[in-house]
Ligand binder design. Structure first.
Ligand code: LLP
Length: 406
């Protein structure tokens, strides 16, 4: 079930593979985080990269969230979903000239700049239009977030940000760059972080920098502490929103600076499941079995890309002894697998499975590889399931392409 709606019914109505989201789950996570920071000026900027489906972004808007955009496409989507430019921070390790041109005159809350060169390009674009762009320098504090190396961003070996030691110089230089208005400092260590110590050390680093800048007469209005708070994919303990807030606030509060944060996964990760049917079964040597699903890495790439664990549950389990399955997708890549040697009650072709905690970085990272259509999506709210994205068709795909030469 999802909030009173049976998954089998939704799958019958909309087909599989299908993403199903619980609006209530998103609301609960948002409110929990917001309440945890109550008592200190703060703004939650939902990291749209986790799931930028329009109605999910709209739901966050209704809750009072602001957003973090990672491309001009996400900025445009946010504005179409009703966010004011002042509610948007624009991050991203490489902003193209076109993105800078478009972003600068909008009056965003901050463009989170990734290098001295990027600051110069923003300054030039702003001066050419007679405006000042609010900016925050993304600092790279060289702190190990203790997460998967593919989603770790706060070490010097990672491509992200400006080494902490160089940041003060960049802020001082802004005094000679009339197109720039220093608005904040940005730091983001990585994603799916489940220990608070690195977060605290990063917060301490930006607080120290803000203090140094204040002493130099550069007064900021916010510290953007990034996203990264993990969720539990396997039931093990992860920090709660209150533990996270307490850890961060103990360091940031004395600075008096407002907090901006950019959670993605925490808000939507647990809210989504990928529904998929078993389309083939075969025996593998060694006594286990392959279960081939109609969803693959094209719909949920995380296991293929990071070896990520997701719980997989039969929607209607058979009451028999568990067997061991390699649960795989239909794509022509051996890495297209959701789980190896996973104990499951016996499966049959046609069975419906739910791959859990797929609300973040699931649909958002789906692709057309093998000409597979982007999956449909359903949002369940107050016991009603509404399709928020129809399944892509081959005509949708070909609409972008030239087809001459017959
Ligand atoms: N802010 C910035 C600048 C980011 O780069 C990210 C994530 C976030 C915020 C949000 O992080 P979150 O709160 O969701 O952890 N595809 C990977 C995750 C990549 C995260 C990229 N940046 C995955 O499936 O695990």
């Amino acid at each position: 079930m999802c909030d009173g709606v049976t998954l089998e019914r939704v799958a019958q109505d909309h087909g599989t593979p299908l993403y199903v989201y619980s609006a209530e789950s998103v609301r609960t996570a948002y409110r929990e985080l917001d309440r945890a920071f109550a008592g200190h000026p703060h703004r939650i900027h939902y990291a749209m990269k986790a799931n930028s489906s329009f109605m999910i972004v709209r739901l966050l808007k209704q809750l009072g969230s602001a957003v973090d955009a990672n491309s001009i496409g996400e900025v445009e989507l946010a504005m179409r979903a009703g966010f004011a430019p002042a509610d948007i921070v624009f991050s991203g390790v490489g902003k193209s000239p076109e993105e800078i041109e478009r972003a600068v005159p909008l009056g965003l809350k901050a463009i989170n700049a990734e290098s001295g060169g990027e600051l110069e390009r923003i300054d030039r674009a702003a001066r050419a239009r007679g405006v000042r762009a609010r900016v925050a320098v993304r600092v790279n504090p060289n702190i190990d977030a203790g997460t998967h190396p593919h989603i770790s961003t706060g070490l010097h070996i990672n491509k992200f940000g400006v080494p902490l030691e160089q940041a003060a110089g960049l802020y001082r230089k802004m005094l000679t760059q009339p197109g720039l208005e220093p608005a904040g400092i940005h730091v983001h260590l990585g994603s799916q972080i489940v220990t608070l110590d690195p977060m605290q050390r990063a917060a301490a680093a930006v607080v120290r920098l803000a203090q140094e800048l204040r002493d130099a007469g550069i007064v900021l209005d916010h510290l953007d502490i990034g996203g990264g708070l993990g969720i539990s994919y396997d039931g093990s303990h992860v920090p709660t929103a209150s533990e996270y807030a307490a850890a961060v606030l103990s360091i940031v509060k004395p600075s008096g600076l407002a907090i901006a944060m950019e959670p993605g996964r925490f808000l939507v990760g647990a809210a989504g499941a990928l529904l998929t049917r078993v389309i083939d079964l075969k025996d593998a040597p060694g006594g286990h079995h392959f279960a081939v699903l109609d969803a693959g890495m094209t719909e949920l790439m995380r296991p293929a890309l990071y070896g990520s664990f997701h719980r997989i549950e039969a929607v209607t389990p058979r009451p028999s002894r568990e067997l061991r399955y390699d649960i795989v997708g239909p794509v022509c890549e051996s890495t297209d697998a959701f789980a190896h040697d996973r104990a499951m009650t016996p499966l049959e072709v046609g069975d419906l499975l739910a791959i859990l905690d797929a609300g973040a970085y699931g649909s958002a990272m789906s692709s057309n590889y093998n000409r597979r259509p982007l999956p449909a999506e359903v949002l369940v709210d107050a016991g009603r399931a509404t399709m928020i994205r129809r399944r892509q068709t081959i005509d949708d795909q070909l609409a972008l392409e030239t087809r001459t030469g017959d």
